[in-house]
Design a protein around this ligand. Structure first.
Ligand code: HEM
Length: 715
């Protein structure tokens, strides 16, 4: 749509977006030997190549019909509890998606990395290999049209619907990963220890980790560090569900709605064997019972707890909440030798007057819902109003399953299977039906590049003229660089940098004033969105600043639109890391940039006036308006001395060049061995720098232009 509607020549060249989902270039920074070694225990088949046309044609209703049949077709290798696999498939889908965390958008079922190390070996995923094995015939039947990610989510959805729960909408188009690389930061791995430090065995892990304990999806079911004290679990539950992006209402609906189905498994204290680290083919050989039924059916050991939450574990209702509130709960050690809770009559009632309480149980984390005023009130609401539970559980489940997919525009055949966009998908208005003449817009931008605006003084240009080049490039970068390949959030489409909260982020100081430079152009073209104008201004600034080498190197693809609401984007704010080199490397991965391209982008024009607004004494160069590899040459040639600016900012002064300053991130590029090697390459070769810079820039400016799971509106 976008390109066809545009009018003018060179700015409208189609954006080179091939391979967008996999990053900007072929040189994959994730392919390090250490990471690969960790994946050797991977026993899953490699995915069929992703073919959007096939996926788009998938008959989701037919897959659900096959799943409905499977649900009650008990197999001898893993007999279904009460003849129904529903509980198992709901847990499978929940654990596949429950790894999602808002901090960096990592985790979730898009990619279906639960099949691979490290998620494969999480104690919380015990026996989910059986659930996937049950699904294999359906996977084989539909082949490349049905990814493991879509199948797992559909198995959970179908389980809920087939047992009488809410009807769940579906976003089609998860793309399977070939290995578990993208989950390495979820741990336990060396990568996780750098990005989200928390030791295995510690039960108090904090954000960035989504879970309190390595290897769990969220919290320890038995209580904090296994201590069965429900009130202590409350902050852990609230904290970890918030890290997944869930509020109290969604949290209570999910825990109680989920535990309306199925049971926990811990038939005896013997356990379930060592896990896939030691035996990928039979990772959890159950050790309870004897003979052919050893370790399965009634002898299953998964978590070590035992029993159902309700008397109807294969039917949807609100009995979980009525049980929770009607009875008192007494802790005891179950047959699996773990603390769990059994119902007892409350004061004034007895077995003699009310009969035996039902044969159900609760986990410490379930009982915790009674020990917080908000959780308790919500539990009372759901106990009194089953329809409210159906509605809220349905909504929260869809969010749980879909959150990592990003905007609804990534869902395939959405008109057939997908509900309308939800607020957490941060929908954007449609772009204007006709787009402005971008060549004319660009000419106006170039004219105003050197004209002082009152609201924000220009920098001193290298050619002696005032210059907004660095500032405009910076604005576009600040706008687009929030993009995360991990959950497809962020980016400049929507121009949320103009709205709260982003406009007030310290990193965006001065950017609102820069609007005044662009306002006359915006007013001149009625169909011009701020988002297109910001991206085009930064792109044109780079192109002009690169001189002859910039011609054709900075294609522009219009058609963005402006959001009217910027809320919910707090999660995209810059993250804190243990040091700058870890930050540069991890942020590159989250954005989907190969490391060399992330380093190339560090060589962008810097605005000395912007550096001062941010509290520094200056930037690495006193003048601006030229885009070349001078940054890398200066960085590597100078001796940097650590100090503080008048505003108290840590900065490094160049000993040999008065007035030249570097930030901690710049110094990391000059000192971290990997980053320095890349910087040396760029210092020695301006053409290579410009080629990589323009490739990375074009990727970042267009990475949020979704059309289908891996497609781009700019392709
Ligand atoms: C089972 C813990 C939240 C759905 C289990 C089991 C544990 C557990 C220990 C037993 C696994 C086994 O032994 O087979 C927790 C904790 C939660 C939580 C600590 C959060 C505080 C959820 C949520 C859902 C869910 C949000 C879904 C919306 C289920 C289902 C089962 C289950 C359906 C039964 C599995 C089966 O029948 O095989 N959970 N869970 N749980 N969980 Fe949760």
């Amino acid at each position: 749509i976008v390109i066809a509607a545009a009018t003018a020549a060179e700015t409208l060249a189609a954006c080179p977006m091939a391979g967008m989902g996999a990053g900007a270039g072929g040189d994959d920074p994730l392919a390090r030997p250490a990471a690969r070694e960790l994946l050797e225990a991977d026993a899953a088949p490699k995915p069929a190549p992703f073919d959007p046309a096939k996926v788009e044609a998938l008959d989701v209703a037919a897959v659900k019909a096959d799943l409905t049949k499977l649900m009650t077709d008990s197999q001898a290798f893993w007999p279904a509890d009460k003849g129904n696999y529903g509980g198992l498939f709901i847990r499978l889908a929940w654990h596949c998606n429950g790894s999602y965390r808002t901090w960096d958008g990592r985790g979730g079922c898009d990619g279906a990395r639960q099949r691979f190390m490290p998620e494969l070996a999480w104690p919380d995923n015990t026996n989910l290999d059986k659930a996937r094995r049950l699904l294999e015939p359906i996977k084989n039947k539909y082949g490349g049209a049905l990814s493991w990610g879509d199948l797992i989510v559909l198995a959970g959805d179908t389980a809920i619907e087939s047992m009488g729960g809410p009807k769940i909408g579906f976003c089609l188009g998860r793309v399977d990963d070939a290995d578990g690389t993208d989950s390495l930061e979820l741990g336990p791995t060396p990568e996780q220890r750098l990005v989200a430090p928390c030791k295995a065995g510690d039960g108090n892990c904090e954000q960035p980790l989504g879970q309190t304990t390595m290897g769990l999806i969220y919290v320890n079911p038995e209580g904090v560090l296994g201590e069965p004290v429900p009130e202590k679990s409350v902050p852990h539950i609230r904290g970890t569900f918030a890290r997944m992006g869930m509020n109290d209402l969604e949290t209570v609906a999910l825990i109680g709605g989920g535990h309306s189905f199925g049971k926990v498994h811990g038939a005896c204290p013997a356990g379930a064997g060592p896990g896939p680290d030691e035996d990928p083919k039979n990772p959890w050989p159950g050790l309870c019972g004897t003979g052919p039924e050893k370790g399965k059916g009634p002898n299953t050991f998964t978590s070590g707890f035992e029993g159902p939450w309700t008397s109807t574990p294969t039917s949807w209702n609100n009995e979980y909440f009525t049980n929770l509130l009607e009875f008192g709960w007494e802790k005891h050690k179950g047959p699996g030798d773990h603390f769990q809770w059994r119902p007892v009559h409350k004061a004034g009632r007895s077995n003699a007057t009310h009969g035996e309480p039902p044969a159900v149980m609760m986990l410490t984390t379930d009982v915790a819902l009674l020990h917080d005023p908000v959780y308790k009130e919500l539990s009372e609401k759901f106990a009194a109003d089953p329809d409210a539970l159906t509605t809220e559980f349905g909504r929260a489940w869809y969010k749980l399953m879909t959150r990592d997919m990003g905007p609804r525009t990534r869902c395939l055949a959405a008109d057939k299977w997908t509900p309308p966009a939800q607020p957490w998908q941060m929908p954007l208005p449609d772009p204007p039906a006709t787009l402005p003449d971008f060549a004319a817009v660009k000419a106006d931008i170039l004219k105003s590049m050197h004209t002082q605006a009152k609201a924000l003084p220009a920098d001193a240009g290298a050619d002696g003229r005032p210059s907004y080049a660095a500032l405009l490039s910076h604005l576009a970068w600040q706008c687009a660089s929030t993009f995360r390949r991990t959950d497809y959030q962020g980016g400049c489409n929507g121009a949320r940098i103009m709205l709260a909260p982003q406009k007030s982020w310290p990193e965006n100081k001065g950017m609102t004033e820069l609007r005044a430079v662009l306002q006359p152009i915006k007013s001149k073209y009625p169909n011009l969105s701020w988002a297109d104008l910001i991206v085009l201004a930064g792109t044109a600034a780079n192109e002009a600043a690169a001189g002859a080498a910039g011609a054709g190197a900075f294609p522009f693809c219009g058609g963005r639109t402006d959001a009217d609401d910027g809320s919910l984007t707090d999660v995209l704010a810059p993250r804190k890391y243990i040091n700058e080199s870890v930050a540069i490397k991890d942020v590159a991965k989250v954005r989907g940039l190969p490391l060399n391209q992330a380093v190339a982008l560090m060589g962008a024009m810097r605005s000395p006036s912007q550096a001062k607004r941010m509290g520094y004494s200056g930037a690495w160069s006193g003048a601006t308006g030229v885009l070349d590899n001078a940054y890398f040459k200066t960085l590597l040639a100078e001796d940097w001395q650590k100090g503080k600016s008048a505003a108290g900012k840590e900065e490094w002064a160049a000993k040999g060049k008065p007035g030249v300053f570097a930030t901690a991130a710049d110094v990391a590029v000059a000192t971290d061995p990997e980053l320095k090697a890349i910087a040396q390459g760029y210092a020695a070769d301006n053409a290579k720098f410009l080629a990589d810079f323009s490739k990375a820039w074009t990727y970042m400016m267009n990475a949020d232009r979704f059309k289908g799971p891996r497609g781009s509106a700019c392709a």
